[in-house]
Design a protein around this ligand. Structure first.
Ligand SMILES: Nc1nc2c(ncn2[C@@H]2O[C@H](COP(=O)(O)OP(=O)(O)O)[C@@H](O)[C@H]2O)c(=O)[nH]1
Ligand SMILES: [Mg+2]
Length: 218
């Protein structure tokens, strides 16, 4: 009888592609950061603020993931950096999308690569893209209860940026409660309040990103 191949883990091929992406990053000395968070939490604004902070210290590139449209890529191209837009028509990016984008980027001119993932707190948490750092953004207006509702996202995070920290006085948002919830789910995740608008926390964030090793993660 003919042997039947059974695909047991649909994520398996994706994990293999993520490993290939990671090896490519290591070989090219690129540190890759996967930025995840809700629509409107401030992902693109944070990348813009990081570009200002980076100056000429690191050469930055971006893979811009969106369900539809090119607005964010247009914003970033104004900063004269390499950007590739991926319209996923899906709730998340996967490693194969990233591979296709990498084929279109000038990798020899990038030290630090940001992947702005599709905006949501659910699906994106399940996909390894080959990144060295998983940066999850939670904005103050979203509320400090989100780790209770989307535990997987906060469990996979290496770093949680609490964005829009400038509006903290106007919301019932407890940083202390948030830190407790995240520590319960994921003791290794660091929590950093940042205001991309006012620059608060940006130097600390930049110190962490600038020290990130190429390849790594998983
Ligand atoms: N007050 C304040 N607003 C911010 C900050 N960062 C982003 N925003 C606003 O949040 C909205 C969504 O930002 P954007 O970066 O496009 O979010 P994205 O969809 O996650 O990429 C915009 O109106 C930004 O001006 C911040 O640090 N403080
Ligand atoms: Mg955006």
């Amino acid at each position: 009888m003919k042997e039947i191949e059974v695909i047991r883990n649909v994520l398996q091929t994706d994990l293999e592609q993520a490993a290939l992406n990671r090896a490519r990053f290591a070989e090219r000395h690129i540190a890759c950061v996967n930025i995840m968070g809700s629509p409107g939490c401030g992902k693109t604004t944070l990348i813009e603020a990081i570009l200002t902070q980076a100056g000429t210290e690191k050469r930055v590139g971006v893979i811009e993931g969106d369900y539809e449209g090119t607005t964010d890529t247009e914003r970033l191209l104004r900063r004269d950096i390499p950007v590739v837009q991926v319209n996923a028509h899906s709730c998340h990016l996967n490693a194969a999308f990233v591979k296709v984008a990498l084929d279109r980027l000038p990798l020899d001119r990038i030290d630090l690569l940001f992947i702005e993932n599709i905006g949501n707190l659910i699906c994106t948490a399940s996909y390894d893209l080959g990144e060295a750092l998983r940066l999850v953004i939670l904005s103050v207006p979203e509320g400090d209860d989100k780790p209770d509702k989307y535990p997987k996202m906060f469990s996979v995070a290496d770093l949680v940026v609490v964005s829009k920290a400038d509006v903290l006085p106007h919301f019932d948002f407890s940083l202390e409660q948030l830190r407790t919830k995240i520590a319960r789910l994921n003791p290794r995740a660091r929590v950093l309040p940042v205001s991309a608008k006012l620059g608060q926390g940006m130097a600390e964030l930049w110190a962490e990103l600038a020290a990130l090793k190429a390849g790594g993660g998983a």
